[in-house]
Design a protein around this ligand. Structure first.
Ligand SMILES: Nc1ncnc2c1ncn2[C@@H]1O[C@H](COP(=O)(O)OP(=O)(O)OP(=O)(O)O)[C@@H](O)[C@H]1O
Ligand SMILES: [Mg+2]
Length: 464
């Protein structure tokens, strides 16, 4: 039994050494081709050296005079030796490039922190470098070490201890063989106020900028993730973030529709000029029905032109079909049926079903929802709407609201109780949303033309 264990241990050790050598070499190659192309300087220097060594092989190896090289046996032996040593040197050089500084020290720390696999082996550090776009961020790449991503995430604290850095993101490479960790210095924090600047507006369709995290700007692409659910306690900064997103939509020439049952007090007159606002349930149903009719119309037109989505359609037909964004600052207020009359309940159900159509089908047709809520009641936002809102963001919240918005208590755990404008996404990124002044942002930039009138709209674009 003991012998079996011993053999098993030896076999594992041998396999690990082989794997390490292979990983060091392939990582070295990757450094030369993708990560650090400047390291090709080493390669070029080595090749130059190799050529010189080859030309002077006799002298270099034995200090022999060239005359001795006339003996064919010597010539052959030296040729063979040099021909063997040079590729071996190349192999060692590439493997050295694939070995980060202090890799062994990190491994020892990982063992010390108990971050090992079932065979007590620590993961192998393959690469460590600073992100060129944001040098505050360090990227660490490890081999996955027979450890699923979920365990890396669960043991984040141990990892942090070993890396002596704050982990902000853990992901897995596409082939699943590498674990990629983003870290920042432990003392680095996000500023508590960051002001919006017009230059931040993304030129890409249809990327909206949310704010800044430790890794840089946090964005959401409505072309891919069409709807946003925003949660947070009162005063957490939901309305500011909602308006930031709507302002960007307007600047990107989308049509913006807002349901505001507080009588429009949250939206200054500038918003009334630039967006369609509705103030009660009947108006809202009319508005949503108009949006779903437009969705059906776009569906027919796209089918005829064989276009899969709004961007394709606009490119293929040279049209300027606009994206439409419906926003509601307190959706639970609108959808809550408790204590309502039968007719009112029926009305709310119809509103819900229209929202649900947009949530399910809106993406391809450029019709989006941005819904905010502070009410921690799970049953108010129907499952169909919720499950289609893939971008979920939560500000300061208790664990119930956090659970409803993110399906986890992360917002309650990670957002300080006095934070304003601090949010966490359902992908675990904490960011500070940009603070902005409606009037300043709109008046400083005359090009935001508001909701276009019917003449200026695309011919095929009917107003709901
Ligand atoms: N990004 C931000 N940066 C700094 N301060 C902010 C930010 N967003 C909001 N605040 C501050 O927080 C205050 C409350 O923000 P906001 O009105 O958006 O909260 P809310 O979540 O909508 O609250 P309620 O649910 O009561 O409507 C703002 O008046 C502002 O002072
Ligand atoms: Mg608000």
């Amino acid at each position: 039994m003991n012998d079996d264990n011993q053999t098993d241990k030896i076999r594992r050790k041998r396999n690990r050494s082989r794997k390490t050598a292979y990983l060091r070499f392939t990582t070295g190659l990757r450094q030369l081709t993708t990560i650090h192309r400047w390291k090709n300087v080493f390669l070029a220097a080595y090749l130059l050296l190799a050529i010189v060594a080859w030309l002077n092989r006799g002298k270099l190896l034995f200090g022999l005079d060239n005359k001795f090289m006339l003996f064919p046996i010597f010539t052959m032996a030296v040729n063979c030796l040099v021909a063997l040593l040079l590729p071996l040197g190349l192999l060692c050089l590439i493997s050295a490039l694939g070995t980060p500084r202090k890799a062994q020290k990190i491994q020892d720390r990982l063992i010390g922190a108990g971050f090992t696999n079932h065979a007590q082996e620590p993961p192998l550090l393959l690469v460590r470098y600073h992100l060129s776009l944001n040098p505050k961020i360090t990227i660490w790449e490890f081999d996955e070490n027979e450890t699923p991503l979920s365990i890396w995430e669960d043991k984040k604290d141990k990892l942090q201890g070993a890396l002596i850095d704050r982990i902000i993101k853990i992901t897995q490479s596409k082939n699943g063989r590498r674990i990629i960790i983003h870290t920042v210095a432990p003392r680095l924090t996000i500023p508590s106020v960051m002001h919006w600047q017009d230059k931040y507006l993304s030129k890409e369709s249809f990327i909206l900028i949310l704010g800044e995290s430790l890794t840089g700007q946090e964005t959401v692409n409505l072309a891919k993730i069409p709807h946003i659910l925003l949660g947070g306690a009162s005063g957490s900064g939901k309305s500011v973030l909602l308006k930031l997103l709507l302002m960007e939509c307007l600047k990107k020439d989308a049509e913006v529709y807002i349901a505001d049952f507080k009588g429009g007090v949250d939206f200054s007159s500038i918003w009334h000029e630039k967006c369609h606002l509705c103030f009660d349930e009947n108006e809202l149903l009319e508005l949503l029905t108009g949006l779903t009719d437009e969705l059906q119309r776009r569906k027919t037109v796209f089918r005829k032109t064989e276009c899969a989505n709004i961007d394709e359609y606009n490119a293929a037909t040279n049209s300027k079909l606009k994206r439409m964004v419906f926003a509601c600052d307190e959706i639970a207020e609108v959808l809550d049926k408790t204590g309502l009359s039968k007719e009112k309940k029926e009305l709310i159900s119809q509103i819900e079903s229209q929202l649900s159509i947009i949530a399910r089908q809106g993406r391809a047709f450029g019709i989006h929802l941005i819904l905010a809520t502070q009410r921690p009641s799970a049953d108010i936002i129907s499952g169909q709407i919720r499950s289609n809102m893939d971008c979920r963001i939560c500000g300061r919240a208790d664990s119930i609201l956090s659970q409803i918005i993110l399906d986890s208590t992360e917002a309650a755990d990670q957002i300080p109780k006095d934070a304003q404008g601090r949010f966490i996404t359902n992908t675990g990124v904490v960011f500070q949303s940009y603070l902005f002044d409606d009037n300043e942002v709109f008046f400083n930039n005359g090009q935001t033309g508001g909701v276009p009138n019917s003449e200026s709209k695309d011919a095929g674009n009917s107003n709901p």
